[in-house]
Write a protein that binds this ligand. Sequence first.
Ligand SMILES: Cc1cc2nc3c(=O)[nH]c(=O)nc-3n(C[C@H](O)[C@H](O)[C@H](O)COP(=O)(O)OP(=O)(O)OC[C@H]3O[C@@H](n4cnc5c(N)ncnc54)[C@H](O)[C@@H]3O)c2cc1C
Length: 388
Amino acid sequence: MKRTIYNEDHEAFRASCKAFLDKNATPNLEEHLENKAIPREFWLEAGKQGFLGLEIPEEYGGSAAGDYRFNAVWAEELSKVNAALSSCVGIHADIVAPYLVDLATEEQKKRWLPGFCAGEIITAIGMTEPGGGSDLAAIKTTAVRDPSTSSGQAGDWVINGSKTFITNGYSADLIVTAVRTSPEKGSRGITLFGIEASDEGFSRGRKLDKVGQTESDTAEIFFENIRLGDDRIIGEVDKGFISMMERLPQERLGAAVSNIAHAKQILEETIQYAKDRQAFGQPIGKFQHNKFLMAELVTKIEVAEAYVDKGVDAHSRGELTAIDAAKAKWWSAEIQNDVLDHCVQLYGGYGFMNEYRVARAWRDARVTKIWAGSNEIMKELIGRDLGF
Ligand SMILES: Cc1cc2nc3c(=O)[nH]c(=O)nc-3n(C[C@H](O)[C@H](O)[C@H](O)COP(=O)(O)OP(=O)(O)OC[C@H]3O[C@@H](n4cnc5c(N)ncnc54)[C@H](O)[C@@H]3O)c2cc1C
């Protein structure tokens, strides 16, 4: 089905994303895999060419595209190349950006945004803790005011705790971190802090050994008596939970866009494989079972894509609801995993070999049902909205 949400400007932007990735990412994917990281040079080049500041105002070095469809195009092109690349860049450019643009003070914007756009400051978001990720209101990392030493009128905040599974955690220079400031207030006692990797008391664990998306540097990070002033609070004290809830729909929509683009790309490659690969004297795609299977998979992708496109369109007009974002996230993750599992089967034994993209894509996809709010949490939100 012809997609209708993108116009000539978006397609021209798509062409430049593709050209950039063909040159700066595709030839280096094996290296990313070996190093379990996206190299700094990629970030710097992406910054230089304006791909990291789509949501950032021009005065801070961004391009202020002012239209979420450009973010979606960039996410699609990244996902077609590699799921982990898309996750790392997405966390920075699509997930962290709104926190800094909407909530940061003028001073913070000047401190962080030019480097953010240039790829000199890589960012991450720290919500999940070893004790739990779904129950965000239960986070245990604390910031306590110490009135004895002050960096201004308000006493220094002393931060202790840890976060885990943090995408870009090993390379991040700035982590937007959810911290408990009022123990007695539950979800109303959480504050966001901008913690810098150079802050005394900040340390990182090893790069985590993941089943898929090996190219992304996912890490545990630790805070031991980090002392920060009010100037590092992003937004307002005790309003962090609301700030996160307001921005999670964009994170979930971005995940949905990536899920579908990733599966669609691998399915296209699989269809070509089914034309080329012969068995019993004919292409394997000619067997009725396989032909019908691919007909089903193409249909599933296009139907899901149409829903996600509607979400992108709604979001670019400021009308996306949290519930629709939750629907797009869980459904696209299911479709992606379903489609890729069948793609592996169509490749036969080669589908199980790490050197084949289809095998890696299948492993890479598994996490999409778990992160950005697990699929169970998405259904919980949708179910609550039904009045249960
Ligand atoms: C590769 C990777 C990268 C990640 N990147 C980041 C990142 O950059 N920043 C960040 O903050 N986090 C990140 N995460 C964390 C991710 O968001 C969490 O793993 C996720 O939210 C689930 O939390 P959990 O792992 O603690 O599982 P738990 O919350 O312990 O849940 C365990 C299981 O119980 C289910 N469950 C929990 N509560 C309910 C309920 N109420 N109803 C039904 N089922 C329920 C869950 O769905 C899940 O199946 C990442 C995770 C991975 C694996």
